[in-house]
Design a binder for this molecule. Sequence first.
Ligand SMILES: Nc1ncnc2c1ncn2[C@@H]1O[C@H](COP(=O)(O)OP(=O)(O)OP(=O)(O)O)[C@@H](O)[C@H]1O
Length: 655
Amino acid sequence: MAEPTVSDAERELFGGPLRYDAGWAEHERAWLDLTMLSAIRAMPRLVGGTLRRAWAADRPALLVVAASEVGQGIAAAVGLLAVNAVMHALLGGGEPVDRLHAALPALVAGALVAVVNAGLAGLSTSRAGRLEPLVERIATTEYLEAATAVELEAIEDPEFRRLIDVAQYGAASARRMIGACVAALNGTISLVATAGILTVLHPALLPMLLLIAAPRGWGAMRVAQERYVSVMNWVEHVRAGRLIGNLLTERDAAQEVRIHGVGRYLLEKYRDMAESAEAEQKRLADGKALTELVAAGLSGLAMAGTYGVMLGLILSGHMGLAVAGTAVIAVRTGSASLGALVMNVNQLHEESLYVQDHDRFLVEAARRGIPTTGQDLPERLGRVVLDGVTYRYPDREEPALDGVSLVLPMGSVTAVVGENGSGKSTLMKVLAGLLLPQGGSVRWGGVDLAGLDRSQVFDRVSLLTQDFQRWPVTAALNIRIGRPATRAADAELRPSVDYAGAAPVVAKLPHGLRTLLARMFRGASELSGGEWQKIGLARTHWRTETSAADSVLIVDEPTSALDPEAEIAAFDAIRRLAGPHRAVVLVTHRMSGVRHADTIYVLDRGRLAEQGSHDTLMAARGRYAAMFDTQAAQYAPGPRTGVPHPSAPPVPEPS
Ligand SMILES: Nc1ncnc2c1ncn2[C@@H]1O[C@H](COP(=O)(O)OP(=O)(O)OP(=O)(O)O)[C@@H](O)[C@H]1O
């Protein structure tokens, strides 16, 4: 495939063509490499896979579809025999009325066969229509179940993410494969029936049918491929243009689009890309027309040749007129079926690429799934211990955590601080059991995490992160979803709302807790970042309050969007959540929020640099003290560093 042209605009904006890094993009090449032979060779496997799914979904429906398709094939053959009988009667000797009389039984038989055929086709359509949504639902459920059951490490692995991405199309493809399979089966059966009848009529007719049909099949395949190449070429310009279009209308970009004048600039680039796409489409449309012309010409030549041979056979007395008439009809029907069959095989192959990804995903997801068995977690844990924990992300050279040890006794507040990228969030994921360490161990109540029933571990963890999920559901459910299995009336959520200081937020909502929080839906309300954080805190409270077993509360940057007053209240509220049966771990850059913690751990590039209470660490004058002092200096009176003062002398330009 020739490299598509890149417009100047694309080069300026993206540095080249805009290609997706998604799994399905891999199929572009596979589809282009497809040949008729390889498609036919793959047919039994593809049809077999579809049949297995349909068999699992609804056996009786599948059997009815199969029986009615075979019935239609037989009806097609009987129909041709009836045509042949009618031809014989009409072209035989005698008075026209007598000939019509003689043709009548065959005509009635032909009509009956047509009615039976239509009935069978309807039956097949109805049962296939029943199978399609069933197969899609089964495949979708398989996909979603598998995706939610894999380890977080798999979700964070770009390769696996690509597989998740591409496998999502598998369910719809599995559905479409039912229709394509039925059509291919129908085409094959009627082709076999037609071929059988032609052989009976005259042995020379079968090769003739193939002669006519072969160029048509080749033409259909080639045209389909060219169409695909054409789409692949211009779609890149279209894709880039669409991205620009979205940026121009997006809410997030609206301010810069207006104030920085980005709108006018991008609009110009959009025009440039659209023109490239149009030129590409025109060029490829011309090419496609030429291919279609050649294909049609070849097919026509073969058809003319066949009719010529038939004429020769008739003139030399080797074929009767009646047989010739039937043969003409059979050849036309047969070649039309073959053309359709080629298209169906094409479609089957294309869809099967996505279904194969779906299957590959299920296998891979099962391999990377979170174990569903393991040792039970005792109700009382005493403490959770991380011992020499090492963790490296799959696509990274350096470990994100390198031999980190910490102890979390129940009833304590522990703080973890460190610069950006020092490993704090990774440490929290390991602590929560979301990531398994590659070195060292995590022990819950003395038992290694690796041997524990992980669902029980998750049940003991409450998580409040900066980017916690803002679910597009009601405010009440956004709180209750902290423990979705526990049902609760709105009144029961009140303590959590009050605890988080979210009462004024809820009071402002048009339907209180019943208000839908999703900007994209009609009648819904949107909250500010800080208001959302209060809802998040209420959710955490609800989760912690609905369990009495020993547990760990992990809070990662919970106050980034809160105003100073709300921040002080939130840190205070979080500290209050530490109870005799709960350990609180706080990750934050706000040093004021950690000074009251029992123990503070300082991380530096994945290693533990310091640990101790605020006073101990301040006295040690190490990294913690430096971080604390830097932040405190921001609020201290007097000249500030970093931000130039208007009266400060200008910085000299480098010569
Ligand atoms: N999903 C991931 N895949 C690959 N590398 C990652 C991933 N998440 C984090 N990292 C890398 O691991 C290191 C530690 O990241 P982590 O998010 O744990 O740091 P952090 O201390 O929480 O940072 P911040 O204060 O900015 O939130 C960083 O170098 C980061 O780039």
